[in-house]
Design a protein around this ligand. Structure first.
Ligand SMILES: [Zn+2]
Length: 430
């Protein structure tokens, strides 16, 4: 049975921002047969086309998030592939990459295929699985990268935990290189970070909580950069949080090392002061750092030393986060607030231009993970977001499409959000 084709759709009179082609102008965008057909000023609508006026709105390639935790299989009460994809499109994301630290771990061909099937069934954002580096993420034996890539994995990672063994990391980079996929690493030297629950510094001392020093991240960043150079394999550094990491990445990139890096909206906007009052919504790993780190991360994102923004969307059940600070799990949800937090703090805050933000949330993440999308070039799949840059809204967890509510931005008034999200030309939000 074939589905009837969608009628052509003309998005008329928006500000079309396409960093992949350096485009930023008021224009119309025509979508036909699920693909971008044309971009230009004053286009006529073809016969039978649906016309939507989007004056005052931003028309951009759909946002791409390379670091998302869905909880299926294993903890479907916290998130499923479908609920995560629903949250994604509400946040303006048309593609997300799912980390493999599920239960069981996504460390084989069949498990990767399961994520792909759940994603197709949901029919919302595209969900690209990331396979585990090691079997069971135990850090001992490599998983079968070739079979996982064949089933649809776009990267490998043991995220949730670091690849502690330098030898295993070296082998993973060599092996991943033959399949053309990045190894995404959660940079944390386990013996230094052990038992820590927040950033090691004055605030932790005052609160009487055990800290995680910046060096725990930086040691692994340095190691991974060296191993990327040694092997020629692409290392992708997850959720960078310290100014020292920024300097290490800058130097590695200057040497031509195949290194890419991401930063989260929360590390770009919050400091360890958010942990005052033992607020578990501010407990994440890596932890929120200091104002000087936030400033360095912002400058590095602008400069391109950090390639992209990723949410590290990490759903947790309400009662888990209600535990004492020491016992609560690390992580926050982010898909539905990522764009608005970044737009409010970075664009309205004068740090990034809007096209630069779109580049860091769409074109660049697609490029570094070798994904389709991130472009409005004619012929590309019509993965498109229409963003309202002026709407103000207050973060209300009861309105989240995610199954989880853990966010440090609850109650914040933010500016900007997705008004329309299209995947393959199909309206998936609202
Ligand atoms: Zn991580």
């Amino acid at each position: 049975m074939t589905r009837p084709p969608l009628p052509p759709l003309l998005l008329q009179g928006g500000r079309v921002v396409d960093p992949s082609r350096g485009l930023d102008q008021v224009a119309d965008l025509l979508i036909q047969d699920g693909k971008i057909a044309a971009v230009g000023a004053g286009m006529g609508a073809p016969d039978g086309a649906e016309v939507r006026g989007v004056a005052g709105m931003i028309v951009a390639p759909g946002l791409v998030d390379v670091h998302v935790h869905l909880r299926e299989p294993g903890n479907e009460d916290e998130e499923t592939v479908a609920s995560g994809a629903r949250a994604a499109v509400a946040g303006g994301f048309t593609a997300i990459c799912a980390m493999p630290n599920t239960d069981p771990v996504t460390d084989n061909q069949a498990a990767v295929g399961f994520i792909v099937r759940q994603s197709v069934r949901a029919g919302l954002a595209r969900v690209y699985p990331i396979g585990a580096v090691s079997l069971g993420q135990r850090g001992e034996r490599l998983a079968e990268f070739g079979e996982m890539v064949g089933a649809g994995a776009v990267a490998v990672s043991d995220d949730g935990r670091p690849v502690a063994s330098s030898h295993l990391m070296r082998t993973a980079l060599e092996y991943a290189r033959t399949f053309g996929v990045p190894v995404a690493d959660h940079c944390e030297e386990p013996s230094l970070a052990a038992g820590g629950v927040m950033h090691e510094g004055l605030v932790a001392t005052r609160l009487g909580l055990k800290g995680i020093p910046s060096a725990a991240e930086e040691i692994m960043v340095a190691r991974d950069c060296l191993l990327a150079e040694l092997t020629g394999g692409q290392v992708h550094l997850c959720h960078m949080s310290t100014r020292g990491s920024v300097e290490l990445i800058r130097r590695a990139k200057e040497r031509g090392a195949p290194v890419t890096a991401e930063v989260t909206p929360h590390h770009l906007t919050l400091t360890d002061h958010a942990c005052e009052a033992y607020d578990t919504q501010a407990k994440m790993n890596p932890p929120l750092r200091e104002a000087a780190d936030v400033a360095a991360l912002r400058a590095a994102l602008k400069e391109g030393v950090l390639d992209c923004i990723a949410s590290d969307h990490a759903p947790h059940a309400y009662d888990e986060k209600e535990a004492a600070f020491d016992d609560a799990p690390f992580g926050i949800v982010g898909l539905e607030t990522a764009f608005a937090v970044a737009h409010t703090e970075l664009v309205q805050g004068g740090i990034l231009t809007l096209p630069a933000l779109i580049a860091r949330m769409s074109t660049e993440p697609a490029r570094i993970f070798h994904l389709p999308g991130g472009t409005l070039a004619p012929g590309a799949p019509a993965d498109v977001v229409v963003l309202d840059p002026t709407v103000q809204w207050t973060v209300d967890p009861a309105a989240f499409r995610s199954k989880s509510r853990n966010s440090p931005f609850v109650g914040r008034t933010l500016t900007g959000r997705a008004a329309l999200t299209l995947v393959g030309g199909k309206t998936v939000h609202p």
